[in-house]
Design a protein around this ligand. Structure first.
Ligand code: GMT
Length: 381
């Protein structure tokens, strides 16, 4: 198949999922065309079956806000026409599903039918998408897609609750590369980060408010208060980095905290982690938790959104109410001080991650593409 993939290029989960999906589909013999405003972070290696197309926006003195959605739609038209796309798969509804709808209408005028698949990821539904300034357009564009997927049951439910959508939403969860994300020997790194054999508590995120990095630090500080010898490794960067640094200073725990910044090989750090903390305020899936679990790391999370579909309370780690940081600290202490419990949770975490095996989940996407193509060709004829 010739497949167009539209995504955001940044470190965020939807861009990662879109790019990894493209890479696996290319390995399976499909031709992929990735459209974005910059090269996606995970698209590092050259693959003859993946072409990256940059959406260029011409600025003009009148435009205080250059119309990216229109430039994207125009570029989609080019690709559909010249690369003869069989299907366009857009990740994150806003504005991608709207641009796709526009491109599809333009192509229909030219007698070409291209089905659109929209994958809902998170704040395109739970935050920005339902904002009154976008809601009508987002709702319309999702409903006009030929196929819609959501990354968790939670997100599917949220979509139906917040939007008047008649489309059937298929849940296709996020997936993991079990070979890349597995515990490997990282003794040198472990010695550098925890020279005295301290336990390693890890958090990985883009440090946006929603990730609640300050809560990570508070839970960690409480763990230290319980007498656990531990280090906190914070991977990533973003708006709350300064706040987090300041918080470490005022709590007097800076010497126990490593700020790693944007560390590409996150699996190396996860390989030596004893615990993963993810107390997010909103999370439709929690890919970072799945990556940790795949490296056999128990997780302590908040119990919001799709996180409980990934991290099973009492089996792969524990989930606490959002504001109950004492609960998170209590479970962190239990995991870090009980070797038997830690071993059991680690084993279960890896087993659970295996259910999100990328081969299986990508096959679901392929089946979904075929189903959408068949249904929409019947409709258009
Ligand atoms: O929705 C967002 O805030 C951004 C989005 C992204 O592009 O990073 O993240 C969402 O998609 C990920 C991949 O499907 C999920 O693992 C994240 O849970 C989800 N983030 C939120 O819901 C906050």
């Amino acid at each position: 198949m010739n497949i167009g993939i539209v995504c955001y290029p940044t470190f965020g989960g939807s861009g990662v999922v879109a790019t990894e999906l493209a890479k696996i589909l290319a390995k399976k013999g499909h031709n992929l065309h990735i459209l974005s405003y910059a090269r996606p972070a995970r698209l590092e290696d050259f693959d003859t079956r993946i072409l990256y197309h940059e959406v260029s926006i011409n600025s003009y003195p009148l435009f205080e806000y250059p119309p990216y959605a229109l430039a994207l739609a125009s570029q989609m038209v080019n690709l559909i026409e010249y690369e003869q796309l069989d299907l366009m798969h857009v990740h994150y509804a806003l504005p991608h599903a709207t641009s796709a709808y526009l491109a599809k209408q333009i192509m229909a005028e030219r007698g070409i039918h291209v089905p659109i698949v929209t994958t809902l990821h998170g704040t395109d539904i739970t935050l920005v998408g339902k904002d009154p300034s976008y809601k009508h357009v987002v709702e319309f564009s999702i409903d006009k897609s030929d196929g819609v997927t959501a990354v968790s049951e939670y997100l599917k439910k949220e979509t139906y609750e917040n939007f008047d959508i008649k489309q059937n939403i298929e849940v296709i969860p996020n997936f993991i590369d079990l070979d890349r994300f597995q515990a490997t020997d990282q003794t040198d790194l472990k010695l550098k980060l925890a020279p005295n054999g301290e336990k390693l508590v890890v958090h990985v995120s883009n440090f946006r408010k929603v990730k609640r990095v300050p809560a990570v630090i508070q839970v960690f500080a409480k763990t230290l208060e319980h007498g656990i010898a531990a280090k906190l490794v914070l991977v990533g960067d973003g708006p709350d980095r300064q706040v987090a640094e300041q918080q470490c200073r005022s709590l007097g725990i800076c010497k126990h905290v490593h700020f790693m910044g944007k560390w590409e090989k996150v699996e190396e750090i996860l390989s030596i982690a004893d615990l993963f903390l993810i107390p997010s305020g909103s999370e439709t899936f929690g890919l970072a938790a799945l990556e940790a679990m795949s490296c056999s790391v128990p997780v302590v999370s908040s119990d919001i959104g799709g996180l409980p579909e990934v991290n099973i309370h009492g089996e792969t780690g524990y989930a606490c109410e959002l504001d109950d940081l004492d609960c998170m600290a209590k479970y962190a202490v239990n995991i870090l001080s009980d070797a038997e419990l830690h071993a059991k949770l680690s084993e279960n975490a890896r087993k659970r991650a295996e259910l999100f095996n990328q081969e299986e989940i990508v096959r679901k996407y392929e089946q979904f593409y075929e189903q959408v193509m068949t249904q929409s060709s019947v409709k258009s004829s």
